[in-house]
Ligand binder design. Sequence first.
Ligand code: FES
Ligand code: FES
Length: 170
Amino acid sequence: MSNSLRINGIDRPLPADPRVSLLDFLREHLHLSGTKKGCDQGACGACTVLVDGERILSCLALAVQYEGRSVTSIEGLAENGELHPLQQAFIDHDGFQCGYCTPGQICSAIGMAAELGRGVPSHVTDDLEAGDIALTHDEVRERMSGNLCRCGAYNGIVAAIVSTQPGAPA
Ligand code: FES
Ligand code: FES
């Protein structure tokens, strides 16, 4: 459908005002308040959502940029009443305290896992030719460094993410 974007599987008309950020479109227009506004300037990662499986900062994006694309926010991850495995892992591993950064952390980690699956190296990847990149704790910390947690729940966040990766060190 033209002049629309798909949000969590539902086509939504684009906002009339082309200046509306994707973050404000989600929160203020669609009342999907799971995606959080932290800095509103691309520095904290609280607003991270997935667009066609890739993580983006929705505070730095205009909703109209994503006409015809598929956006997934934290509200779109559970299926048939079951939490996404990473949502459950955050609970199991105490991956949050206040929870404000958590939706962004989870969406970012899902996008990060897809990047890893495509063999995209990070700053700490030793072997740039390696097809399979091991998800070490250093790799997680580097790849998730754009998602800040003011509560300092990083140990639980890393443990939760690592626990969902098959074959990753515990
Ligand atoms: S609110 Fe978007 S990066 Fe902070
Ligand atoms: S859990 Fe509070 S900011 Fe991360």
